[in-house]
Write a protein that binds this ligand. Structure first.
Ligand SMILES: NC(=O)c1ccc[n+]([C@@H]2O[C@H](COP(=O)([O-])OP(=O)(O)OC[C@H]3O[C@@H](n4cnc5c(N)ncnc54)[C@H](O)[C@@H]3O)[C@@H](O)[C@H]2O)c1
Length: 305
């Protein structure tokens, strides 16, 4: 089988070598399309591919139409909103993600950003500590669980809300399960977003929701920029000078957010999963899933069933 690695933002070389090794052992051929600048390059490359490994690359209907032999696309990462999963389903193309492979990387960055924020972006002035502060985790998935584990090490009081995860799972992890999303915003000093971008969650973090936060509240987003209602959050930050917003996903309105100096910070590029470990883990998981799919028809990680 021909497996295309199509990555506008390439994997680390060590991850590519690992993918090639795993593919070769299973008798597959790997073709590499990195740093492409034109969609046509992707359309050409995918023409004879049986499988595809992508990162944040957009897999739209035209890409799938150009891929006459494509049977499976694996997104090396957690979120898969960059892939038109419904269209893939219509075309009998299996879409998978590689859950959990980058969640520790994202969770560690949450704390890098938080310490930076509570210490006033290292401006030399006395800040505050995370110990004993209430942290609210919105969505107790792979990233949320890692955030909870690390937060406990900091001595924080940890709360979580997840629409689909049973309370027992949250409580078993030593985390307080709250009954509704509003309670998380009302009661916690810091709220960390780990919801996927879905029809239900897009723009769901709006003026009304965030305005419930206590004085001095910090909102941190390492999920997706689409979950934030940016105009409404800008309005709220203008009205409430006590609130802070930090993220590793530059909002569309970054310029306007920057006006809130000392209360807003965004990494220049999406950084959550940018570690050597996450790169390698996700890339190797992707090829293993493809190998299992062709060998045994394994679709355990399919997200468009
Ligand atoms: N910043 C980055 O570089 C980076 C890296 C990895 C993942 N992410 C983002 O983080 C998100 C979470 O990643 P993950 O690995 O934890 O995913 P996951 O699939 O393991 O967990 C998502 C959780 O969200 C919950 N959920 C879904 N809809 C909800 C809703 N409306 N309200 C409350 N909870 C809801 C689900 O029940 C699940 O527990 C991803 O979807 C992705 O968008 C960002």
């Amino acid at each position: 089988m021909k497996i295309l690695i199509a990555t506008e933002k390439p994997f680390a070389a060590v991850a590519v070598n690992g993918i090639k090794k795993e593919a070769k052992q299973a008798g597959h051929e790997v073709v590499l399309l990195e740093k492409y600048t034109d969609k046509q390059q992707l359309l050409d490359a995918v023409a004879d591919a049986d499988a595809m490994i992508v990162r944040s690359d957009k897999i739209t209907p035209d890409v799938m139409d150009a891929a006459k032999k494509l049977k499976i696309v694996v997104r090396a990462g957690a979120g898969y909103d960059s892939i038109d999963t419904e269209y893939a389903k219509q075309k009998d193309i299996v879409v998978e993600n590689t859950p959990g492979q980058n969640s520790n990387a994202v969770a560690e960055l949450v704390f890098g950003l938080l310490v930076y924020t509570v210490r006033n972006f290292y401006n030399g002035k006395a800040g505050t500590e995370l110990k004993s502060k209430k942290l609210g985790i919105l969505a107790f998935g792979n990233v949320g669980r890692n955030v909870a584990r690390i937060a406990k090490g900091f001595g924080m009081k940890v709360y979580a809300y997840d629409e689909y995860c049973p309370n027992e799972v949250i409580e078993d992890a030593g985390v307080h399960a709250v009954q509704c999303r509003n309670d998380l915003f009302k009661d916690c000093d810091i709220v960390s977003l780990h919801i996927p971008a879905t029809a239900e969650t897009k723009q769901s973090i709006n003026y009304e929701v965030v305005n419930q936060m206590k004085k001095g509240g910090i909102l941190i987003n390492t999920a997706r920029k689409e979950v934030i209602d940016e105009p409404q959050l800008l309005k709220l930050l203008a009205e409430r000078e006590d609130l802070k917003f930090i993220t590793d996903i530059k909002p569309d309105a970054d310029e306007e957010f920057r006006k809130f100096e000392g209360r807003y910070f965004s990494t220049p590029k999406k950084m959550g999963a940018q570690t050597a470990e996450a790169n390698i883990n996700a890339g190797i998981a992707a090829i293993k899933q493809i190998n299992a799919f062709f060998k045994d028809g394994d679709t355990r990680f399919q997200v468009n069933k």
